[in-house]
Design a protein around this ligand. Structure first.
Ligand code: NOJ
Length: 846
């Protein structure tokens, strides 16, 4: 049974106490005086003011201005749970050719569909550190979504960022650093949308654990309490990148931000997303994230007729509805979905060719719901390449890898094999049997096939014996020339399923199925042990990492359908490993226990999750606390070696403390403000075939609705706020992306095989600045293939934003320490702990 309910709220509003329905007291913008709070921000900025969207908004305005109230409301409303082919379906406006939009998961492929590709997960593409592969994957994802008739793909995930290594859904995103996450999000959005699919950046914001993410009448959702600077420099950074890429929709997270539900948090949605980041698309809540009124199983909705009533009685301003409808239609035009965009040709509800058109309506209306359109093309090649280029070699003593094809290979662990019941036997991949290619939940898809490591290994090597059990065989003996490959895994997923007692979030960072014991046993018997781990995130390995026979360790992440082939490309040396860790691996859980999920188990009352560590997550935290990681962020070995040298730095533009003021906002569509006649939402009388349970915008006896006096939210205002200094274009003030420095480094392949090097740039702010700032922060990377002996020069740019801090008083990005004697130190190396060259931004000496 599918759990994610398609009550779609493809809308952008704070309905809360502005509506006719009593507001949930938990959802007031400022519940209590606390260090963290969300101030009100009104009115909602209207869409349409950036030049790149002007033409689409003009077309949308022309249409929306002709629409009845019912039509406008219908656009903003989901049809109901299981009331259409996709996981979410919006109301249509047939009179103007606007179809019901199909919204479908997931960030790694088209969910609940046949004949698609199961791509590597976000964390895997993050581990490639390859911007081109990030883009190419996005293009392929978009092509498949379009081919299946998905209008709005529910990805990429750029939150959670991975503050909490135990959190269930970190693997859907690109890694525990805002810069890496931002590039992953930017490239994916650009790629997906190049095919006309509307991408969805999710989940805004602070969705950093699974437990208690949902709001209920008994317990409000967990509140992620994040200060303004941390929000801007860490959690919002990737969303700014997605908006800069022109993302068409944003999904709001389930949790609260600073004690106000994200879905109705006017500061977050109106102030930050729409004004400061200049977001022009439409906002949707996560499924059922709207705390009030949404009871889809009994056919209720906070939108639909409730919204019609709220407009007629004056409790929701008409211009808010007009903006919602315009944003949706403009986005539809922006990506060319008005011309030759295919309707959905698959059903997320069944694999049968024919079935009910509205499964939840138990109606007789049935028809063809699956046309089995194959959209896979040759995308398996991209899957294999990403899986391969993500593989991160942590250790390789005595050059134990690569293996010879004639090696005597002994394979241990269920993660090397297949799930005997098939890779899709568990709904939403909510089990960990056989090789782990993705986590579980709405971030998963059905595999078309899944290549198990053991099959790929046997296809290459001749002397292979396998024990695909997680218990080491009792009387196993070994000769010195045998090599043991030990396969381990660690899984996690969405909170809707509990797998082996893990409620979405992991219970521990240890590998599953007694992985430590399996390696220890293998290491007692074999002289050469290679450990391969398919994992959602960091795992602890101190129980065995320093055993003399554990020669090599590969993190294979979550590779998708080509798992085995990606792995053997590396194991047998056809390619050098070139993945790098998109997170830090700790020596023990205890060292980082401050990040454990809060409120585990049964709890009453609001659970607060203060992000009091501020900017100090992942490697920033380890650095600050002086904790030596087991393997640092950015670490990854190759079969070759690289030398870095001859670095130069040049300033490419003058430095000023703050960016120039942003360009003024352009005009936005205007509409008449008089409340439409009630007859516009009366039930149609002629030729109307009402489908039971479908959520309609129509109202019984609308003529009886009177304009009343309703309390508007605290701080409500109709006076437009001045454009924030940090705003002005999609993503923020466009000057933030002006290049200020260029750093060049010569890199030579000093080994004997080809390999890809990742040059990572970490920025150290001047020591004397009055802002508490992590010692180093990633601010650039690039990946390059080099043949043996080859030298190349890579050049990395530093933008104004890279050099800035968010000043909470000035509410602007500020370059600190300008004019001081001490500059920034720019480090370039192969990991956050392997910094090879160093340049100074004042002396311009490297
Ligand atoms: C809930 C998940 O949090 C979200 O990521 C997903 O897109 C929706 N359900 C729809 O399945």
């Amino acid at each position: 049974m599918k759990i994610s309910p398609p009550v779609l709220c493809a809308v952008s509003l704070f309905l809360g106490s502005a509506s006719a329905i009593p507001a949930d007291p938990n959802d007031q913008p400022q519940k209590r005086a606390s260090a963290y709070f969300s101030p009100p921000y009104y009115p909602t900025p209207k869409g349409g003011w950036v030049p790149e969207w002007r033409a689409s908004y003009a077309k949308a305005q022309a249409l929306v201005s002709q629409m009845t109230l019912a039509e406008r409301v219908n656009l903003t409303t989901g049809t109901g749970l299981f009331m259409g082919r996709c996981v979410g379906n919006t109301g249509s406006v047939p009179r103007f050719g606007i179809p019901s939009l199909c919204l479908e998961d997931s960030p790694l492929g088209v969910a609940h569909a046949d004949n698609i590709t199961a791509f590597p997960a976000g964390i895997t593409v993050g581990a490639t550190w390859d911007k081109d592969l990030m883009y190419i994957r996005g293009v392929a994802l978009g092509a498949e979504a379009r081919g299946k008739g998905v209008n709005v793909q529910l990805g990429p995930s750029i939150g959670p960022i991975g503050r909490n290594p135990w959190a269930g859904r970190n693997w859907e995103s690109f890694g525990a650093d805002p810069y890496l996450q931002g590039i992953g999000g930017y490239q994916t959005v650009k790629g997906m949308q190049s095919n006309g699919v509307i991408a969805t950046a999710k989940h805004l914001i602070g969705n950093e654990q699974e437990q208690h993410r949902l709001d209920s009448r008994l317990q409000p959702a967990i509140s992620s309490d994040i200060d303004d600077r941390t929000l801007h420099e860490l959690y919002l950074w990737p969303f700014a990148e997605a908006v800069r890429a022109g993302v068409g929709s944003v999904m709001i997270a389930y949790n609260e931000l600073n004690d106000s539900s994200c879905s109705q948090n006017s500061k977050l949605i109106n102030g930050i997303l729409k004004d400061e980041l200049g977001f022009q698309g439409f906002v949707m809540t996560d499924w059922l994230a709207q705390g009030d009124g949404a009871i889809p199983f009994i056919g209720n909705s906070y939108w639909a007729y409730d919204l019609s009533i709220s407009i007629l009685n004056g409790s929701v301003p008409l211009d808010r509805l007009n903006d919602m409808a315009t944003r949706i239609v403009a986005t539809w035009y922006q990506f060319g979905q008005d011309a030759n965009y295919p309707p959905p040709n698959f059903s997320s509800n069944t694999r049968d060719r024919t079935g009910p058109l509205y499964p939840a309506a138990l109606s007789l209306q049935s028809g063809v719901v699956n046309e089995y359109v194959n959209v896979q093309a040759d995308h398996y090649k991209i899957v294999r390449e990403i899986g391969r280029d993500a593989i991160t070699m942590l250790k390789n003593d005595n050059n134990a890898l690569p293996l010879s094809k004639n090696a005597k290979i002994r394979v241990f662990g269920s993660d090397a094999g297949s799930n005997p019941k098939g890779p899709n036997s568990c709904e939403n991949r909510a089990c960990n049997i056989g090789v782990l290619g993705m986590g579980w939940g709405s971030g998963s898809v059905d595999y078309p096939y899944l290549i198990a490591p053991i099959d790929a290994i046997k296809a290459i090597a001749s002397d292979v014996i396998a024990s695909l059990s997680d218990t080491f065989p009792r009387s196993q003996t070994a000769t010195n020339d045998e090599i043991a490959l030990v396969f381990l895994s660690a899984d996690s997923g969405e909170n809707q399923n509990t797998v082996e007692d893990n409620p979405g979030d992991r219970l521990s960072l240890a590998t599953w199925h007694n992985g430590d014991a399996l390696v220890q046993a293998a290491a007692k018997t074999y002289k050469n042990v290679v450990v391969i781990i398919h994992t959602v995130g960091p795992v602890t390995m101190d129980a065995w990492i320093n055993l003399p026979s554990v020669k090599s360790v590969l993190i294979a992440h979550l590779p998708g359908q080509e798992a085995g082939n990606s792995l053997t490309d590396i194991l047998f040396g056809a390619y050098s490993p070139s993945g790098h860790l998109p997170y830090t691996i700790p020596k023990s859980e205890a060292e980082i226990s401050v990040f454990k999920p809060v409120g585990a188990g049964f709890n009453i009352g609001q659970i607060e999750s203060p992000f009091s560590e501020g900017l100090y997550i992942d490697y920033r935290y380890y650095e600050k606390m002086g904790i030596e990681p087991r393997f640092p962020f950015g670490h990854g070995l190759s079969y070759t070696t690289f030398a870095f040298g001859n670095a130069t730095i040049k300033r490419t533009a003058p430095l000023t403390e703050v960016p120039p003021p942003p360009p003024p906002k352009g005009p936005t569509p205007t509409y008449p403000t008089n409340i439409p006649p009630p007859s516009e939402v009366a039930w149609p009388t002629k030729g109307f075939n009402r489908v039971w349970r479908l959520i309609y915008p129509y109202v019984d006896n609308p003529q009886n609705i009177r304009v009343g006096r309703y309390p508007y939210p605290d701080g409500y205002s109709t006076v437009e706020k001045p454009l924030p200094l940090s705003g002005g274009a999609q993503g923020g003030n466009p000057s933030l992306w002006a290049e200020l420095f260029q750093v060049s480094v010569q890199i030579t392949n000093t080994g004997s095989v080809p390999g890809k090097v990742v040059a990572q740039l970490y920025l150290q702010f001047p020591p004397s600045i009055p802002y508490d700032t992590p010692r180093i922060q990633l601010r650039g990377f690039t990946k390059t293939l080099l043949s043996p002996g080859q030298t190349t020069t890579v050049t990395l740019s530093l933008t104004r934003k890279d050099l800035s801090v968010w000043d909470v008083v000035r509410q602007n990005w500020v370059i600190p320490g300008i004019g001081g004697a001490q500059g920034y130190t720019v480090w370039v190396g192969e990991s956050s702990k392997d910094l090879r060259v160093k340049c100074d931004t004042v002396s311009l000496v490297c």
